[in-house]
Design a protein around this ligand. Structure first.
Ligand code: APR
Ligand code: PHB
Length: 394
């Protein structure tokens, strides 16, 4: 098979890039290790920055999002028995975020790809990338017991943190920056009404908690747990009790509990691989970087990488601007590192660390108190939370 852009991975990065390229008439094939049902069973994040919402609209998948997504003008920070609202809209001259599950974004993109007649090769085993430093790279894999090959101009590595793309770059051509946090998030999805109209991020001496949602009838709640904890040890009852303990009283009192429909523990990690390009291979999304979920930036960063590569490829194919390809990594990394910083900062501020003693607990509370007590502090939080601007490609 032959195409212009071979996309490895059918997560949000691969699907969104594929959809934008498809609409621009740039041929692409997605090569994915799993099957569609597996991809749609993954419960992930749920807060979209305005930039990502606009990109999804540009990709022609904004209809259900605009109908069902919940526009949030602010969120709450709970600490020291207080609840402080960050008024995103007011602090950012009108910017907001959209609460809409990543699983739904993926579903919309998969449907749009089917409708547009895009090719996705699912169940591809042993995917390998070849000749990345030449102008004739290609991808090989096995499917239904048969060896297959896709020749292309460029390869988009959208295959997540554990994918083959980043691993195809020689170790001496990549510098990796990493921090693994000594805790995880235990998440529960439940068909219960949200405890609060907006998200609540809570700092508590027993650890962090987050109240989020997917719709007016479906909630997503999290509590920080030890890195070694097992999900089997967390009955629904234990989870709800822990969550209640960590919330301010007025919220704990009105929390409505119910049976969990999904429960899982996710580790927290910061990770960046530099550069995000090797020859004709470009890394996007989780393949290149991971953020702890505290700032809701993972999915949104994937979208800004997609936007950058898409706009570069448009100019490459329409105007012959191959010079721009060398700028991909630099453009992405500037925004990536700012989101890394914000996610690390939110994580540091809101979680209990193994060495959190009384002194550091007071420092955390005071830092929160300082930021919410200052217009500049609130603005700093707000402008990062709604998402820093995408850099123009020209
Ligand atoms: N060959 C082919 N496909 C692969 C391979 C491989 N060797 N390894 C992984 N994949 C597929 C996975 O099965 C998955 O469908 O690549 C896809 C990667 O998707 P994600 O992990 O969702 O990564 P990405 O699309 O970059 O999504 C951005 O942001 O909020 C975060 O983690 C969250 O998934 C989210 C991410
Ligand atoms: C979620 O709804 O899953 C969610 C929301 C905000 C975050 C992280 C996760 O910061």
């Amino acid at each position: 098979m032959k195409t212009q852009v071979a996309i490895i991975g059918s997560g949000p990065s691969g699907l969104l890039l594929g959809q934008l390229l498809q609409r621009a008439g740039i041929a692409n094939i997605i090569i994915e290790r799993k099957d569609p049902a597996y991809i749609l069973s993954r419960i992930r994040a749920g807060v979209l920055e305005q930039g990502m919402v606009e990109l999804l609209r540009e990709a022609g998948v904004g209809a259900r999002l605009d109908e069902e997504g919940l526009v949030h003008d602010g969120f709450e920070l709970a600490f020291d028995g207080r609840c402080e609202r960050i008024d995103l809209k007011h602090l950012t001259q009108g910017k907001t975020v959209m609460v809409y599950g990543q699983t739904e974004v993926t579903r919309d993109l998969m449907q749009a790809r089917d409708a547009a007649g895009g090719t996705t090769l699912y169940d591809a085993d042993d995917v390998q990338l070849h000749d990345l430093k030449t102008d004739r790279p290609y991808v090989t894999f096995t499917r239904n017991g048969e060896s297959q090959r896709v020749d292309c101009d460029y390869i988009a590595g959208c295959d997540g943190f554990h994918g083959v793309s980043r691993q195809s770059i020689p170790a001496d051509s990549l510098k990796v920056f990493e921090r693994v946090y000594p805790f995880g998030w235990l998440g529960v999805l439940a068909d219960t009404p949200p405890v609060n109209e907006e998200l609540v991020y809570a700092n508590h001496p027993r650890g962090f908690a987050l109240c989020s949602m997917r719709s007016p009838t479906r909630t997503r709640y999290y509590v920080q747990v030890g890195a070694e904890e097992k999900v089997e040890d967390w009955s629904d009852e234990r989870f709800w009790n822990e969550l209640k303990t960590r919330l301010p009283n007025h919220l704990a009192e009105r929390l409505i509990t119910g049976p969990s429909i999904e429960k899982s523990i996710a580790p927290l990690r910061s990770f960046v691989a530099e550069p995000m390009q090797y020859g004709q291979l470009f890394l996007l999304g989780d393949a290149a970087h991971i953020v702890p979920p505290t700032g809701a930036k993972g999915l949104n960063l994937a979208a800004s990488d997609v936007s950058t590569l898409y706009r570069i490829l448009l100019k490459v194919y329409r105007e012959g601007r191959t010079d721009l390809l060398q700028r991909y990594s630099q453009i992405c990394l500037r925004r990536v590192w700012k989101a890394e910083r914000f996610s690390w900062w939110m994580t540091s501020l809101l979680h209990k660390f193994p060495d959190t003693d009384d002194f550091s607990q007071r420092i955390q509370q005071t830092e929160l108190d300082y930021y919410v007590g200052s217009q500049a502090g609130r603005q700093t939080i707000a402008e990062n939370y709604v998402g820093l601007p995408y850099e123009a490609v020209e």
